[in-house]
Design a protein around this ligand. Sequence first.
Ligand SMILES: Nc1ncnc2c1ncn2[C@@H]1O[C@H](COP(=O)(O)OP(=O)(O)O)[C@@H](O)[C@H]1O
Ligand SMILES: Nc1ccn([C@@H]2O[C@H](COP(=O)(O)OP(=O)(O)O)[C@@H](O)[C@H]2O)c(=O)n1
Ligand SMILES: [Mg+2]
Length: 235
Amino acid sequence: MWRRAASLSPFISSSGSLIRNHQTAYNFKIWESFTTEIPTQVKGGKGPFICFVLGGPGSGKGTQCAKIVKNYGLTHLSAGELLRREIASNSEYGTTILNTIKEGKIVPSEVTVSLIQKEMESSDSKKFLIDGFPRSEENRAAFERIMGAEPDIVLFFDCPEEEMVNRVLNRNEGRVDDNIDTVRKRLQVFKALNLPVINYYARRGKLYTINAVGTVDEIFEQVRAVFAALKLVTE
Ligand SMILES: Nc1ncnc2c1ncn2[C@@H]1O[C@H](COP(=O)(O)OP(=O)(O)O)[C@@H](O)[C@H]1O
Ligand SMILES: Nc1ccn([C@@H]2O[C@H](COP(=O)(O)OP(=O)(O)O)[C@@H](O)[C@H]2O)c(=O)n1
Ligand SMILES: [Mg+2]
């Protein structure tokens, strides 16, 4: 059974703000997410449930996705991981992808969507967590065109820039893009190309903005509130 979020979660007020007293890092209009009532059925059609996970570099997407997987059993597809795997496999696109990532730019959408498509089509899962995608309007349009699907919900991990920079520089995963020059570029790309996508989903009433400052567990409590309120993936 699916119920409206507004009446269920302490984090989601009926006046429309997801996290009370939360000043967003990008002066984001989080109330927009709730000006549209959430549909009475989360998944009306035949396709799988799709949750996009967005946020700047180092905002904690991957960390929170791991907890979502553990608690709710969604299948996690990280666009960045799929691209890094492609580089490691010496595919024909490997060099282009590597150079694009080093520059902090966005890999052509057809490449990324086809990697996501392959994973989704070879999986039996009915619920996907797609992390770090769509990074641009072009990504978004390509996914809709190629997959013929839209996300059911979008989580946005909203984090101040300096916090993101600190986290990335301390990530220690040996990534070619975790250095100060590339991070600065990625932040510019995030603001120029990804914020418009986030705004788009806010206007569509699909966006859930999470305050990404705090401990991992504190942040996950906000995520839990969204999933609990939607009652969509635990049954
Ligand atoms: N709430 C948090 N507070 C401090 N550090 C965090 C938090 N969440 C994640 N991190 C750390 O910050 C870095 C970036 O997190 P990650 O999940 O990889 O972010 P993203 O996927 O958005 O780039 C990692 O080293 C991670 O361990
Ligand atoms: N949809 C995507 C996702 C990632 N990428 C590339 O992969 C890089 C790393 O993405 P990521 O999602 O692993 O990075 P984080 O935000 O997790 O730090 C991005 O900076 C882009 O260069 C892309 O081009 N298109
Ligand atoms: Mg990540």
